[in-house]
Design a protein. Sequence first.
Length: 639
Amino acid sequence: MISHSRRDFLKTSTAVAGLTVVRSLAPTDVLGLSSPDASSRIVPFPLSAVRLAPGIFSEQAEINARYLDSLSVDRLLHSFRVTAGISSAATPYKGWEEPTCELRGHFAGGHYLSASALAFATSGNDVLKKKGDELIAGLSQCQAKNAGGYLSAYPPDLFEHLVQGKPVWAPFYTYHKIMAGLLDMYVLTGNSDALQIAEGMARWVGDYFMGIGAEQRQRMLRTEYGGMNEVLVNLAAITKKDRYIETAHLFEQPDFLDPLADRRDQLQGLHANTHVPKIIGAARMYEVTGDRRYQQIAEYFLEEVLTARNYVIGNTSLEENWKTLPGQLKDTLGWKNAECCVAYNLMKLERLVFGWTASARWMDEYERALFNCRLGTQNAHGLKQYFFPLAAGYWRVYNSPEESFWCCTGTGAEEFAKFTDTIFFHRGDEIFVNQFIASTLDWKEEGLLIDQVTQFPHEQGTTLKIKASRPAARTIHIRIPAWTANAEVMINNRALEAVADPGSYLAIRRVWQDGDTFSISLPMQLRQETLAGDDSVAAVLYGPLVLAADLGPIPSDAPDRVIHSGDTAPDKVPSPDPLPKTHATPGIKPDQWVKTESKSELRFKAATQAGDRELMPMYKVRDQRYAVYWQTENPKQLS
Ligand SMILES: [Zn+2]
């Protein structure tokens, strides 16, 4: 999330793109996959069909749910009520939710609703659903007091600041979060009031923005507006009302989209988390309208960011921006790397593009981000990280429970409530197993239940146990990650001579019977990846896991581990350590300087110039200073 001191990036531009029509949707198709090639897409199962089994993900989801439950609905509603002229005796929250903050309401009436809806849909959490319902009842009362369907925790004056070119944080960004929260509550919990409120908000936006000239609108869009285009497309898909597509088009910036359509990377100088949501909106525009230009934009953007601008953990940016030319990440390791929201948004994009392409590449990338820069960014109290330091010698810090409410608090609350959403997808009656997470898929319509039993990544593989009401011929596709070699498949404990290249899906078609088991081993190896633009700096991975060096305890005089304000980084961050140096000599490979001490416990040891160092998966780093990247001596010889 950018602060209001941000500079403007986008020049005034010309008219918005041409309007497009929503094709009719099947009544149950809330995703709105209606364009001509929709039938070939791979889509997620409804969240209610997949449950986590006990394991590292369910533990983290429960911690997140407890944090969400610790928050009070009346306190969340405070600024909405004050804005609507309704009295409130509640103590408002602080940080980005305090009554003077121009972003207030983004978490209280937005992320909180999304996270509660997700927790209900993925785990049946009735307590959070009830709180979400109470929040919506309160928001409904506030909207009724406002004019024209407007709903926010601040008055519409802030939008006028945009019109007048006065400094203001990000009014549409916050508006998007609230609309998205309402839609999630409608789609995932069935709260129909939420849909009505969202439609009222969309009406206000349409009326307001249509009344502003195209040039003026483009100037206003220089200020971060989140996924306004995405949420309006989603609303159009749900309601089948074309006018929301028209409003969504008002939130498009040709100056940003046109170079991407021409496959040109002009991202240098742009704020990462301002721009990824715009592409998610473009991706949804493609899905709902079938306009392939949006597809090309989304695919090019994702490919470019992941190859030319990403760090090994699966996330991008320094000080929230793309500061360099593509492929030039030398000297960009610092405290303020990889804002957590950006990973959340890139992963949303990865799962959309996967649905069109069926390419394992995107699920490999999703896994990379999930294990290395999402898992591990929440502490034992449900508090979340903002930045992800990648220079050596730094450590994790978190928001405070009631005094921060960063953007990353919000996207983190959603992420940790939706770990089930990408494990299984389907295309017709074919099943795709994308992620190796202990879970159960209960596909009631097909009379099929699949238990995925695994301790992954402590176990190098997974087992699917089939429970079927009747034998049925169908294809199960399972991801063979690019990081593995010599994967082996067993059906009912008998080896199957089935092969698929790493980085693809193995498809097994057979008549699946009740009691069948399908096991796959996915051997992990040590490997290394260099930093884009600097062959002398490398990170070590084991399978999908980035390994971090344990650099010892956090100094006792270090800044707080929990930040008790809206600030996103500690006040006085010391200079980083130099990157740890390997003993690299010509021809050395990672397994010659990193030793696997225990596969099941994921313990490793590296020989460095300062002696042996313990290595552990980055997601397990809690209270240590760490290093993700290493300085190598003979980079050209490393492989
Ligand atoms: Zn953020």
